[in-house]
Ligand binder design. Structure first.
Ligand SMILES: [Mg+2]
Length: 249
């Protein structure tokens, strides 16, 4: 399967999930693992066979890993922002990222409420609905509109902030310049939350690291997909450096 095939497959999966959720009556908890909703299960049930049948291994938030000995493995969050989906808030997404032995390869993050779709391929840039994305040029915190996962314990001097509930979409919002930067003040994100958005950020020119400024080392997730990372991202190196210095608060 080449990268064009991966783009096509990921778009198909996003479309199939959107169709599968169309007309869903019960957006409540599934009774499965804590915080798992019916829509998470439906989306996972649609996506996993399509990924496996295409010859990919799978690491999913909602089910056990399969086929990790395959040369390309997809990390998927069938629905990122599941609570938003259950509340009818149009900020929830499907995130899929293919990894090979060199790291992040092809990514899709699709807002399943609006259909807005971000895609990226290693070395080929990032796009939003087919148009190249450009991050912001903001260099200082007092000029910045920041988006948070979790909340800081004190005011850090930002111009404005949002906390929206889908880290994948939040990070894509940094890639396209909607937000100047992102900080995770929670106990950290899992690989399925950010793998797709991390490639989209990388390819857009966003600096994205862990909270002490360390580069993300994605292939390690093959062996430990459950570890959590607190991310910091910004459109400029200057703002990123300032956000890293404040991310311990
Ligand atoms: Mg999820």
């Amino acid at each position: 399967m080449n990268t064009d095939d991966l783009h096509t497959l990921f778009r198909l999966i996003a479309d199939e999930i959107r169709s599968g959720l169309d007309g869903l009556d019960n957006w409540g908890l599934s009774g499965g693992h804590p915080g798992q909703y019916h829509h998470d299960v439906i989306a996972d049930t649609i996506a996993i066979p399509l990924l496996l049948d295409a010859g990919l291994g799978v690491i999913s938030e909602e089910s056990k890993s399969q086929g990790l000995d395959r040369p390309v493995v997809a990390i998927i969050d069938p629905i990122d922002g599941s609570t938003n989906a259950s509340l009818g808030i149009p900020w929830f997404s499907t995130s899929i990222c293919a990894l090979d032995s060199e790291g992040l390869l092809v990514a899709l993050v699709c807002n399943q409420a609006t259909g807005v779709t971000y895609m990226a391929e290693r070395g080929s840039g990032a796009e939003k609905d087919g148009m190249p994305v450009q991050p912001s040029t903001t260099k200082t915190v007092d000029d910045a509109v920041l988006v948070f996962n979790g909340l800081p314990t004190e005011y850090l001097g930002w111009k404005q902030y949002r906390t929206l509930g889908s880290a994948a979409l939040d990070l894509c919002g940094v890639a396209d310049g909607s937000f100047d930067g992102f900080i995770d003040f929670s106990s950290g994100l899992s690989a399925w939350d950010y793998a797709g958005a991390a490639l989209i950020c990388n390819e857009a020119g966003v600096k994205i690291t862990d909270h002490v400024g360390g580069l993300l080392r994605m292939p390690y997730h093959f062996s430990d997909s459950s570890s959590h990372v607190q991310l910091v991202a910004a459109g400029t190196d200057s703002l990123h450096e300032l956000l890293v210095s404040k991310s311990e608060v």
